[in-house]
Design a protein. Structure first.
Length: 314
């Protein structure tokens, strides 16, 4: 059966179509709109402009779904709508105007879905997994491939960019302000500050872009793996405020074309977390929240301790 999964995030709104048969599923196609929904929050409310953007995109998705008679549609929203005080009115308007029934998932659910989705790609049995979004960062500590703790922190690449960056790329002073903001949030979460892990698994657009950036800068390196220390070098180059060289610009445009204004704030979040955990190695995982949602809510596979799939997704 064909299933469309719609993910309304703080930075992007995505639709992916999967063919699901029994306990296996295959990604057929995906579409993405970089909206920056978190930037449309004003005094805790999603603005009319943000609502119209969302309704327009979801209406287009539903036209596509109708054209191909895709029978099953699942839609969930994360931090931007989760934190909006008018979220109920927004989801009701979306349902009325587009027919899309949006489920707002909690930060804990988001972290759990991400862990389930990425389990098949865990190289090491112990570590910390992070998913840096536009409005929040999900953190999971795992041991022996089982979840041992999960946290959702109000640290988002788009939110930090909006709060601290005047231009497209931050200056050194703005990077320092972002770092101070991240450290300030972590100061209030002693359980997270106490985590220690040599290996860190990254999901989402920020770590995907970081992985591509490192590969472009160091083509001899491993695919999807890079040293955590490399984050500091990337931030130093692209968060210095100085004019970039042609080669530096080419790398940035190839690695992060859809998130030029949020990539450096996101890298700073990752860098502070890696330093806090004592992480030496970062691995990027392609699978994440959508795949975890399929396993937990559609396939209905039995799970081991902490939500790890009993069978690995294909």
């Amino acid at each position: 059966m064909l299933h469309a999964i719609i993910d309304i995030g703080s930075n992007t709104i995505r639709m992916a179509v999967y063919q699901i048969s029994g306990r296996s599923f295959t990604l057929l196609m995906k579409r993405k709109h970089t909206v920056g929904l978190a930037a449309y929050l004003d005094r805790g409310h999603l603005t009319r402009a943000g609502i119209e953007q969302t309704v327009g995109i979801l209406g287009g998705f539903m036209d596509f779904i109708g054209t191909f008679a895709i029978p099953h549609v699942h839609a969930f929203a994360t931090a931007a709508l989760r934190t909006a005080e008018n979220r109920r009115a927004v989801t009701e308007e979306i349902a009325r105007r587009t027919g899309v029934q949006v489920r707002i998932i909690s930060g804990s659910e988001e972290a759990a879905y991400g862990f389930i989705g990425a389990t098949a790609h865990l190289t090491h049995p112990d570590g910390v997994m992070i998913d840096i979004g536009g409005g929040s960062t999900e953190i999971i500590a795992y041991e022996h491939r089982a979840m041992r703790g999960r946290w959702s922190l109000p640290l988002g690449s788009l939110a930090l960019s909006k709060a601290h960056v005047a231009g497209l790329l931050p200056t050194a002073a703005e990077c320092a302000a972002i770092r101070a903001a991240v450290e300030g949030i972590l100061a209030g979460v002693p359980d997270v500050r106490a985590l220690r892990a040599k290996y860190m698994v990254g999901m989402g657009g920020v770590l995907s872009s970081a992985s591509r950036m490192h590969r472009l800068l160091h083509p001899e390196g491993a695919v999807r793996h890079f040293p955590a220390a490399a984050l500091g070098g990337m931030i130093a180059v692209y968060g210095s405020g100085r004019p970039l060289t042609e080669d530096e610009t080419a790398v940035l445009l190839r690695a992060a074309p859809d998130r030029l204004h949020t990539i450096i704030p996101g890298l700073i979040i990752a860098h502070v977390l890696a330093e806090t955990f004592g992480a030496a190695d970062i691995q990027y995982s392609d699978s994440g929240v959508r795949e975890g949602y399929i396993w937990k809510e559609i396939v209905g596979g039995e799970t081991r301790d902490g939500g790890t799939p009993a069978k690995e997704p294909p």
